[in-house]
Design a protein around this ligand. Structure first.
Ligand SMILES: Nc1ncnc2c1ncn2[C@@H]1O[C@H](COP(=O)(O)OP(=O)(O)OP(=O)(O)O)[C@@H](O)[C@H]1O
Length: 806
């Protein structure tokens, strides 16, 4: 037999052996699913017998089994994707280790499959030829459904393989195959091809702020999502109770990444934007750059605080109010003293209000007492003059006015609408929406707040020419840049002590009772070996009287004061100082993963340096990792991007492309007045060029994706270009992910990728904002295959390296 024949036979045998193993794994998966379904059915059938304790136990089992069933269902596709063979050394695991989406054991409890997040799987990702981590070989298994369709081997130590294994070695690198696969408009998990530098990010410890800085396409987003899954696996008892928050730049982007965590079996994660961080508000629109810069500045915290102080008024000349048939007064100094005393309590505005009201009512009651005593004295004098009796003095030893009289007077005064109106005007109950809405639309309040803020120099003053930019009509819709102001206001205002907190206290009491019960049940049933306290709390919460129990994610999202277990911020360079302040409130432990690229900052209020933006929060625990390899953009396009980067961020190195695309990006000149004629044809040609997955490669999820084309245009011509392509998706909705053609601004395209990208009028993009160069850098790094620049006016110098295509 010739050598090639022998090799191909050996490869066939390898495939057959792997197929047999994969089949056994799926049989095991099916058995686990059947067991979970059976346990679930049994638990549900058990009914509510056994009283409250029985009910709790049943619910625990039902919830747990439902969760297991959900995880088992999520791992059908690509259950096992890798295998590692260790060098035969004492102390290393004998035989091959298979790596997959979950861990599985056989009937004898022996490991059949290792979860990709487990420490034992680490060499699969971390081994390199220089540092093979004890491996002789890493094998990628390519599967379709339950069938092995290919193998990729990387050999670290040829001597460590026997003759049969050597001749059975299979070819092409798994990563390149994955990158060549057609895209579907949704991000996919990369468990089978995580690279070493990404693995370091994914498996970093839970604590402190981890910043992942990397150029476009280096896998920051996808690595951050895998990190979420890794952390949930490794620190499940902490994170399942507190939850994980992922903050992305907009709703389209969230939809783009939405499948990754569920495909990894993790669903209890809150995905939101900065505009969605304040419960009840879902802001999507952005302010104009000048307003965004002012609103994003930390000085706004001082301005909002000053606006609250402005709403704590001292009436000029004192308080006068018609009540109880007389005019009661409290002099100005007393009003000031009461206001200052209330402020000195150091509690939030609404929570302090009852104290203020009570003190003011006391002062009014004092005036009432004074008037009463005066009237008695006058009556006395009159009686002395006329010799008649003063009824109040029937018992001359009794005090004229008792403490009880004061209590009654206070209550009666509070029942008087005129008094309520007067006191509400001095220290109103304020909702954050009302305070911020009034601040941004009332020049009187704004200028008074700015003056008041300037009295506290450490907060930094907002100058008149700045606050004037913020003014807008009352009732305007909330913007993303307003949300940190609302959060700031909520933080300062708090909730009024009273009915609501009584309710909260009662709920808290009920919860504690349930928790005590649950702890007992768990002790008896022995269901939880690990974090019993955590399990008891979770169980008690699930048992709340209010109908079906919400998930951690649902509860966290609805609660502004929720403290998450970990927070991931993507496209983090876009967040302003005020937005960071809002995010940091959600994570008092400062356990964060921050991913972004300061060379792509589009927001004028965004970051140019991580240390500057985050150093103050990190308490010395800011750790930066860099990703240097671009997995999205072919080298030919990245060369053009490098020219742009040289102009906009000369201190940064462009990431290195992992592959070449074979097609040079080009520039096409459009004659004036011919856009309507040319654009549809050019887009049609691109659609045809990317119509099928390249080289007959498969789409990542097996379906034919077709190709997707984006036309990236200057902000001020978005509507005009969208009108030229009526079939295209062009708004901020997630429809742009599913449409074959999308017309987008640079902001909307951020974080996304397309098979082919057409960039229209790059000089207008450059001139469009102070960050125009960075916007253009975003535009030229979106393509996975082809890029064309369309221009009517001369090309900007930084694009002069493009080939002419017309
Ligand atoms: N190890 C990998 N294996 C396969 N594909 C990968 C890998 N790493 C990244 N990719 C792919 O590369 C593309 C870019 O990744 P991602 O969007 O996470 O990059 P990014 O750094 O966030 O980019 P940007 O800064 O432009 O938002 C995605 O399609 C992603 O799936």
């Amino acid at each position: 037999m010739s050598q090639p024949q022998a090799a191909s036979q050996a490869r066939r045998r390898s495939m057959q052996a792997e197929q047999a193993y994969l089949t056994a794994l799926y049989e095991r998966l099916d058995a686990a699913r059947a067991l979970a379904a059976e346990t679930l059915r049994e638990a549900e059938a058990r009914g509510g017998g056994g009283g409250y304790a029985g009910l709790l136990e049943r619910q625990t089992v039902v919830d747990e089994q439902a969760r297991i069933a959900q995880r088992l269902a999520a791992v059908e596709e690509g259950l096992c994707f890798g295998r590692i063979d260790h060098r035969d050394l004492p102390g290393t695991p004998g035989g091959p280790l298979y790596v997959g989406r979950i861990g599985l054991r056989d009937a004898e409890h022996e490991v059949m499959l290792v979860d990709w997040r487990a420490p034992a799987a680490r060499p699969f990702y971390a081994a390199t030829p220089q540092a093979p981590a004890g491996l002789v070989r890493r094998r990628h298994l390519h599967t379709r459904g339950r069938t092995v369709v290919g193998l990729d081997d990387e050999v670290f130590d040829l001597d460590g393989l026997d003759e049969e294994q050597r001749s059975g070695l299979a070819g092409e690198a798994a990563l390149l195959a994955a990158l060549r696969a057609g895209r579907t408009g949704r991000m996919h998990d990369i468990v089978s091809t995580i690279q070493g530098e990404q693995d370091r990010v994914i498996r970093s410890g839970l604590h402190g702020i981890l910043v992942v800085q990397g150029g476009p396409g280096t896998g920051k987003t996808v690595a951050a999502l895998h990190r979420a899954a890794y952390l949930l696996y490794t620190y499940r008892s902490v994170l399942e109770r507190r939850g994980v928050l992922v903050v992305g730049p907009n709703a389209t982007f969230l939809r783009y990444i939405s499948q990754v965590l569920p495909s990894l079996g993790e669903t209890d994660v809150v995905l939101t934007t900065v505009g969605g961080l304040f419960p009840g508000v879902r802001a999507e629109a952005r302010d104009a750059p000048e307003a965004a810069v002012v609103k994003g500045s930390l000085r706004m915290a001082g301005l909002v605080a000053a606006a609250v102080r402005e709403r704590q008024r001292v009436p000029r000349g004192g308080l006068r109010v018609e009540a109880q048939g007389m005019e009661l007064t409290v002099d100005e100094q007393t009003c000031r003293d009461i206001r200052d005393l209330t402020r000195d309590l150091g509690i939030r505005h609404n929570a302090a209000r009852p104290f203020f009201v009570r003190e003011m009512l006391g002062a009014l009651a004092l005036d009432q007492q004074r008037r009463f005593e005066e009237s008695v004295r006058e009556a006395e004098e009159d009686a002395g003059l006329t010799g008649g009796a003063v009824p109040e003095l029937e018992d001359p030893d009794a005090p004229l006015w008792t403490e009880e009289d004061t209590e009654v007077a206070v209550e009666t005064l509070w029942g008087d609408p005129a008094v309520q109106r007067a006191l509400n005007a001095l220290w109103p109950h304020l909702a954050p929406e009302r305070l911020v809405g009034e601040l941004l639309s009332d020049p009187g309040l704004m200028s008074a707040a700015a003056r008041e803020a300037a009295r506290e120099p450490e907060e930094g003053a907002v100058a008149e020419h700045e606050w004037r930019i913020l003014l807008r009509p009352a009732g305007s819709a909330w913007t993303v840049d307003d949300v940190p102001l609302l959060d700031e206001a909520a933080e300062l205002l708090g909730e009024e002590a009273g009915k609501r907190s009584a309710e909260q206290r009662a709920a808290e009491r009920r919860r504690r009772e349930r928790e005590r019960y649950a702890r007992g049940v768990l002790e008896i049933s022995g269901l939880f070996e690990g974090d019993r306290e955590g399990a008891a709390a979770a169980l008690a919460e699930r048992q709340a009287d209010e109908g079906p129990a919400p998930t951690t994610a649902e509860r966290a999202e609805a609660d502004r004061s929720w403290a998450y277990g970990h927070v991931i911020v993507d496209e983090a360079q876009e967040l302003s100082e005020m937005a960071w302040r809002t995010v940091m409130r959600r994570i008092p432990t400062r356990s964060l993963t921050v991913v972004g690229d300061t060379a792509q900052t589009g927001s004028a209020a965004g970051a140019s340096s991580w240390e500057q933006m985050l150093g103050g929060y990190a308490g010395g625990r800011l750790h930066e990792e860099r990703l240097l390899v671009n997995y999205r953009t072919p080298a030919e396009i990245m060369d053009v991007a490098a020219d742009v980067l040289k102009e906009v961020a000369p201190d940064q190195r462009p990431p290195e492309s992992v592959r070449e695309g074979g097609e040079r990006p080009r520039a096409v000149r459009i004659a004036p007045g011919t856009w309507a004629e040319r654009l549809p044809g050019l887009v049609g040609a691109e659609l045809r060029a990317v119509g099928a997955a390249p080289d007959g490669a498969d789409c990542a999820d097996g379906a034919d994706p077709g190709g997707r084309v984006a036309v990236i245009v200057p902000d001020d011509r978005h509507a005009e270009f969208a009108a030229l392509l009526p079939e295209a998706a062009s708004d901020a909705s997630p429809a742009v992910l599913d449409s074959p053609v999308a017309v987008l601004t640079c902001t909307l395209a951020k974080g996304l990728e397309f098979d082919s990208v057409l960039i229209a009028e790059p000089d207008r993009i450059l001139a469009g904002s102070p960050q125009g160069g960075r916007d253009l850098y975003v535009a030229v790094t979106r393509a996975t295959r082809r890029m064309t620049v369309l221009h009517e006016r001369p090309l900007p110098g930084m694009l002069s390296g493009l080939a002419r295509g017309d």
